[in-house]
Design a protein around this ligand. Structure first.
Ligand code: AMP
Length: 666
């Protein structure tokens, strides 16, 4: 293998796909896909054989036909699932570890083939991936031994390929003629397990994502499943056998179904003539499926992608007539119905010279050359895929979106934010995310709105709820729902503040970098003290868990501080953190009462009465939690039907951190 310095000028792009993984490299001023195991794409499948051997790619895919229990595919769909574990090879593997195995495999194969070290890489993710999923992808890359230069969105990668080249051959790109005017492009990406659709503004040398949306649980796997259930029905009718719970048979049928599906992209009719073994008996599977039948099976799926496409056009404020080019990405775009519906709904035809299987890896590689300054000087502007904000108390006027001013870009990181108590990790981690979610107020206050251009920096001002409050809890969520419970919990941490009267302003700033990864800055503005700023880098794996542990450690420290504390101020007693919880509960009571004066609702009145009774008894019970959830739900429903919310009700709201309305503008 070549020494490190001979590796200079080598950058790789990896499309870590749900179904297939593809590697492209930039070397000798050319972009090309690396052939692994005689194939341009490698199945994203991992298995552990009976012989005690780890298998990845084609060997794993083949093994999955005989022993599906000992193999795992479509792991990308689980990237955001913190509790997912697959027992394989005697250990419980997380989606990060399984993805790392796929990446390690392509690394080892590529290095052996090229006699080069494969180190600097750009990995792609669906534009729809949230922060946690991006972070997990980054972590998988690191675990596999890569230096991950950047995580980029798949549609952006495809657009880069389109610009840089029309296909010279199936596996490499060269330059192509693109107009000099700004154009709008639509990237429609339907793969094995995810769907993304993106509108980009494109001019030579510059790509800007205007809007992006999708469904990370939709793709070719779903179409295969439809065919599988058709075959299962056929077996039931012809052989009076029910195989729908036989994992081995289903795995074999899935492979047949995929073959049938692929054949139907070119033929109007395709058939299966195979023999499988069921309970020791040989069972002939003879079945003919027409393209028309297949299209009926998957029509709703494809139609839902058309709806998403309409949505993204609306969000990009653009009509289909303004779309100059349609780029089709992902193996499932080869299905004729996809092209037909795109044509009939939007009058759009796909561009030929973007290879749907290879373009994402090639684009990642192009991005790698841009990031590392090796080649092009193109600017890629991505957008925030999901709104990012904090849990807040009180009413928020969601129509007010223009908040935000640029944060100082100073790097005075406060390093003592990262204390973690290793010893106590096990018992602290029983279910920290659930515990944290329960603690937080449930209104989501976005700081950075979805589809804001990256990199993005915004600040909102919030207010303390209590006199002499000494710390605030910053609970970060991602998503579009008004209620934090329906959004993704990113993490949470405490910030110490100097005790001040209630309504002390606290600035919360969020920075989203080009990898779609977030940093948070919190500053207290206090007239008697200098600006206190606290900065936390959230860019680390398993963020939520480790912070839950460190948070609890901090809480214990504060509890000890409270015991030692003889601070008094103007005769007022100092309120501890536990009292904040009371404030949260009392504010809930107040919000519901306020609304009940405007609207009679007997069940809500009863719930509130019971809630107050339980609060008065000061005993902890599950019923309090259940009532609290029900009351927040009621508030959501009430506010949805009442929007914009009552100004009179807004006036008596302060907040733990929240209450907007005074978001700063600059
Ligand atoms: P990707 O995630 O982009 O690698 O796409 C993989 C998906 O595309 C799998 O579900 C494949 O079965 C599907 N696929 C590949 N080629 C075709 C084809 N010619 N027609 C229909 N689906 C295909």
């Amino acid at each position: 293998m070549k020494a490190d310095n001979e590796n200079l000028g080598v950058v790789f792009g990896i499309d870590l796909g749900t179904t297939n993984t593809c590697v492209a490299r930039y070397y000798g001023k050319k972009f090309e896909v690396v052939e692994i195991d005689h194939s341009l794409t490698v199945p994203s499948v991992v298995a552990y054989s009976d012989g005690g051997e780890w298998l990845v790619g084609w060997p794993a895919k083949n093994y999955s036909k005989i022993d599906p229990e000992k193999s795992v595919s479509s792991i990308k769909r689980q990237m955001g699932n913190t509790s997912y574990r697959k027992e394989l090879g005697g250990s419980l593997l997380s989606p990060i570890e399984i993805s790392a195995k796929i990446l390690e495999y392509v690394k080892q194969k590529t290095e052996a083939k090229l006699s080069l070290q494969m180190r600097d890489v750009v990995i792609t993710v669906p534009a729809y991936f949230n922060d946690y999923e991006r972070r997990s992808t980054l972590e998988a890359g690191k675990l596999a031994g890569f230096n991950v230069l950047r995580i980029i969105n798949e549609p952006t990668a495809a657009a880069l390929v389109y610009e840089v080249g029309q296909a010279q051959s199936a596996t490499s790109v060269a330059s192509s003629a693109i107009g000099t005017q700004e154009e709008k492009w639509l990237v429609y990406d339907l793969g094995g397990g995810t769907f993304d659709v993106t509108v980009l503004s494109a001019r030579p040398g510059q790509k800007e994502v205007l809007a992006s949306c999708g469904n990370k649980f939709l793709g070719g796997d779903d179409f295969d499943r439809k065919i599988v259930s058709h075959i299962v029905d056929d077996i039931r009718i012809k052989h009076q056998l029910d195989v729908h719970e036989d994992a081995v048979v289903l795995a074999k049928l899935k492979h047949m179904a995929e073959g049938l599906k692929i054949a139907l992209s070119v033929e109007t009719e395709a058939s299966i003539n195979e023999i499988i073994e069921v309970n020791g008996k040989r069972l002939p599977i003879n079945l003919v499926l027409s393209r028309k039948q297949f299209e009926e099976m998957i029509y709703d799926f494809i139609d839902s992608t058309i709806e998403k496409t309409k949505e993204v056009l609306r969000e990009a404020n653009c009509s289909s007539k303004e779309i100059a080019r349609l780029l089709l990405v992902g193996g499932s775009t080869r299905i004729p119905l996809v092209k037909e519906l795109l044509l009939s709904h939007f009058g759009l035809e796909g561009q030929d010279y973007v290879d749907p299987d290879l373009s994402v890896a090639l684009g990642a590689c192009i991005q790698g050359t841009i990031v590392s300054g090796l080649c092009f000087e193109k600017i890629v502007i991505d957008v925030v895929p999901h709104s990012l904000g904090v849990a807040a108390l009180g009413d928020l006027d969601f129509s007010e979106k223009e908040h935000g001013f640029a944060l100082d870009d100073d790097d005075d990181d406060d390093d003592d934010d990262d204390e973690e108590d290793e010893e106590d990790e096990n018992d602290e981690r029983a279910d920290p995310i659930h515990a944290m979610k329960k603690r937080h107020p449930k209104t989501f206050s976005p700081v950075i709105q979805r589809n804001t251009k990256l990199p993005a920096k915004f600040v909102n001002t919030y207010y303390t709820a209590m006199d002499h409050q000494r710390h605030v809890e910053i609970a970060v969520y991602q998503g579009e729902a008004k209620n934090t419970r329906e959004n993704l919990f990113v993490g949470s941490f405490m910030v110490n503040i100097s005790p001040s009267p209630a309504q002390t302003p606290i600035d919360i700033g969020m920075e989203y970098d080009l990898n779609g990864i977030v940093k948070i800055l919190v500053a207290q503005k206090d007239k008697d003290s200098p600006v206190l700023s606290y900065r936390m880098d959230l860019n680390r794996p398993a963020f939520a868990n480790s912070d839950a542990a460190s948070l609890r450690k901090q809480e214990r420290d504060w509890a000890r501080d409270d015991e030692d504390d003889d601070f008094e101020s103007d005769g007022d007693s100092v309120e501890g953190d536990h009292n904040l919880e009371k404030v949260v509960k009392n504010l809930l009571v107040q919000r519901v009462e306020d609304r009940l004066t405007a609207a009679k609702d007997h069940p809500a009145e009863q719930m509130l009465a019971r809630y107050k009774e339980l609060l008065g008894s000061e005993t902890e019970s599950d019923e309090i939690d259940a009532l609290e959830d029900a009351l927040y739900d009621w508030l959501d429903r009430f506010e949805d039907s009442e929007l914009p919310s009552h100004p009179s009700l807004q006036s008596n709201l302060h907040a733990h951190l929240p209450a907007n309305g005074e978001n700063k503008l600059q």
